[in-house]
Design a protein around this ligand. Sequence first.
Ligand code: SF4
Ligand code: SF4
Length: 99
Amino acid sequence: MSIMDGFTGNIDNYVNAPRRSGGKWVPHFLVEFDKENCISCGRCIKVCPGGVYMFEDNGDKMIVRIENLDNCIGDTCCEKVCPKNKTMHLHKFSPLTKN
Ligand code: SF4
Ligand code: SF4
C-alpha cells in the first residue's frame, strides 16, 4: 500500500502546491540516509508522516533503518529534526522526477 493511494486528480495539485509567498513547493524525496553516523535517537521516526523509518533490534541496541522508502512524501522533516545535521548531513534527497 502506498501513501498516495486514494489521491485523485492532477498530481501537481499535491506535489507542487503553492507556498504562501506564491512560489511553488517542490518535494524532495528521501533516497537514503547515512546509517553509520546515525545515533538512533528516533526523532526522524517520530516526525515522519509516511512511516518511512523503523527501529530494528540488532541485539545490542535499537537502531534506525529505512522500512518504507516508497511512502516518503518529500517534506524533508526528518532532516530538519536530525541532531547530526549540525555537523553532517545524514539524509540524501532527490526532487520529484516525473515519468
Ligand atoms: S522526507 Fe518526510 S516523509 Fe520522507 S522520510 Fe523524511 S520525514 Fe519521512
Ligand atoms: S534523527 Fe538522525 S540521528 Fe536520529 S535516528 Fe534519525 S537519522 Fe538517526
